[in-house]
Design a binder for this molecule. Sequence first.
Ligand code: NAP
Length: 306
Amino acid sequence: MSVIYNRVALIGLGLIASSMFWAMKRKGLAGEVTGYARSSQTRDTARRIGLCDHVHDSAAEAVEGADLIVLCVPVGVMGAVAAEIAPHLKPGATITDVGSVKRDVIDHVGPHLPNGIHFIPGHPLAGTEHSGPESGFAELFDNRWCLLVPVEGSDAKAVARLRALWEGIGSNVEEMEADHHDLVLAVTSHAPHLIAYTMVGVADDLRRVTDSEVIKYSAAGFRDFTRIAASDPTMWRDVFLTNKDATLEVLGRFTEELFALQRAIRTGDGDHLHDYFTRTRAIRRSIIEAGQDTDAPDFGRTKASS
Ligand code: NAP
């Protein structure tokens, strides 16, 4: 595959940025990649592991001359970072982000950008519970979706070029409107994370009563919640604070359904429970058919790794 952008700047050097870097290198999609992260510790780690061709000590230096700038920082600081780099952007450059929420990023980044800059927000639907510069890997985005959320008046050629980059990285790309994106992600990602955090928190409270049995016997469902609930606290704090309305809407519905299931258990309404679980099992099947997860029992864990 050939070079799509001569110079790419990654701002923030964690899981997503490092995975993008290795995926771009795998296919030679970028001529040169520069990077910047807030702490000298992360910048030193990046230099040590060869993450980026050049790691700079300021965001302004990192974006100098870049054709594509990717904001890979927590959603809550996107606006501040945009303000910092705005005076240093090359005219005609494209700026995108990978944030998990889109309306808030558009509202906070857009106003800082000078005319002549193409702003095309994005969100790769891929991740793990790990974070930091050493957590990335080239295959993270393979066969996963990347949603592009062009703002009004986006240049079609600039959008097509960014789409080509994400396709080269391994993703399937679709365009989506920002508010719709935030609602879809509240259902598929944000509310489930909050529920996992809650479940693990509840179990932790119970653990004080049951000693260490919650951890010892965690194979039965709880373990899968703990993986999600180990996700980065800063990232997820920002997701909930910036996707407030959609998350609260979904949690409201969740609470209603939970009450209905609670009532079914109390009144012994087995038909309700059976019908409900039959419907949810079908959803799991359709995720597997769509190639978004493995059909292997227990997510393919081997006995040794479980
Ligand atoms: P991460 O591994 O925690 O990395 C975040 C990076 O941002 C770190 O390098 C951090 O630097 C840097 N940073 C934080 N504040 C900064 C600031 N004010 N200025 C400059 N750099 C700053 O996070 P991630 O998982 O890659 O997530 C990055 C973005 O991707 C988030 O917006 C998140 O919503 C989105 N996203 C995440 C996932 C996922 O599953 N993780 C999936 C899709 C999208 P230091 O190391 O120096 O603190």
